[in-house]
Design a protein around this ligand. Structure first.
Ligand code: AVI
Length: 330
């Protein structure tokens, strides 16, 4: 039997809400822009380029862990599960696991629904026997399982299969610890809605020498700098602001107190940025905070998973303990 992919869109983007969110960040005492605004089409391509840089170790280190320990991971994660891929993007990471995890159905969740649609159409041709569903939603504030997704599982007779939530790439590191905990709790609840045996398969970036982190977030070619500055062009498109990216420097620094890399944009000159209904003055050297990327210890992250309700836990790392992959049973 071969299946055509299904699409569910829960995302209603309200332009006024987006503009209000951007404006409120820019008018904060320390100006900020949410990292979710990195990912317009150019930003997504720049991020793909980052993952190929010599300095950016997380993507290839995680891929090596999955390649080396895939069979062992499959001993813990149940076969015939519903595989729920959070922030699926081009779905490559999950697709590499299909042969070992042997899922009953695949649900790819991403904010960028159009991109997902194209990807799943291609993927479905390669895996015609695997039912696939694309779910266009922003789960960063709230991970709720839509009734329409449940109906789709029911139509397959898969509503009572165990569920594996897959969240690779250390995207969890872009959340503050309290927000990360809230998201993990929701992932736990989502797994518990399926049969026993389900859980979370998650990749997390670990604490390591500062020089390695510094290079990973400030590469020699300036790709990360372009990725960071591009948020200003995306903001111009969404808010109608007049940011000139040439007037902003990329800054990446490690904050040891919070165990996170921070990315900022620093104004080169004294300047005024305007948009319809608002403006902000920036002094030379004043910054806009654009991203946090938390680096966890294995024990710190295990504690967080347990606090979210997951137990028992198993993990795999690379030789240098730079990156961790956890199987956390719900
Ligand atoms: C998507 N996320 C896990 C990346 C990270 O490493 O925090 C985003 C990124 N920012 C700069 N380089 C990559």
């Amino acid at each position: 039997m071969s299946f055509l992919p299904t699409f569910i869109q829960t995302l209603a983007i309200d332009q006024a809400d987006v503009a209000a969110e951007l404006q409120s960040g820019l008018l904060s005492p320390v100006a900020r822009l949410s990292p979710k605004f990195f990912y317009d089409p150019l930003g997504s391509q720049l991020f793909t380029a980052i993952t190929q840089l010599a300095e950016y170790y997380p993507t290839r280190t995680e891929a090596r862990i999955f390649a080396r320990h895939g069979m062992d991971i499959a001993q813990h994660a149940p076969a015939q599960a519903v595989l729920i891929d959070l922030g699926a993007g081009c779905c490559t990471k999950a697709a590499r696991l299909f042969p070992t995890l042997r899922p009953r159905a695949y649900v790819a969740v991403d904010i960028s629904a159009d991109f997902l649609r194209d990807t799943l159409q291609g993927l479905a041709r390669q895996h015609p026997a695997l039912p696939m569903c694309g779910l266009g939603m922003d789960f960063s504030n709230d991970l709720v399982w839509p009734a329409s997704a449940q109906d789709w599982l029911q139509s397959l007779g898969a509503q009572n299969q165990p569920r594996i939530v897959f969240y690779p790439g250390s995207s969890i590191g872009n959340f503050q610890p309290d927000q990360a905990l809230a998201l993990l709790r929701q992932a736990h609840a989502l797994c518990r809605q399926g049969a026993d045996g389900g859980g979370l398969l998650i990749g997390v970036d670990l604490v390591k020498p500062e020089s390695v982190l510094q290079a990973a977030y400030d590469d020699a070619l300036g790709v990360t700098a372009a990725f960071n500055r591009n948020i200003l062009l995306h903001t111009n498109a969404l808010l109608g602001s007049d940011f000139n990216p040439r007037l902003w420097d990329h800054v990446a620094c490690f904050n040891g107190l919070h165990s996170r890399i921070e990315m900022h944009l620093q104004s080169r000159i004294r300047q005024q940025v305007r948009w319809p209904g608002g403006r902000r003055h920036f002094e030379a050297g004043e910054r806009i905070h654009t991203e946090n990327s938390y680096k966890w210890t294995l024990t710190g992250f295990a504690d967080l998973l347990r606090l979210a309700g997951f137990d028992p836990l198993v993990h795999w790392t690379d030789e240098a303990d730079w990156f961790g992959v956890f199987w956390a049973r719900a």
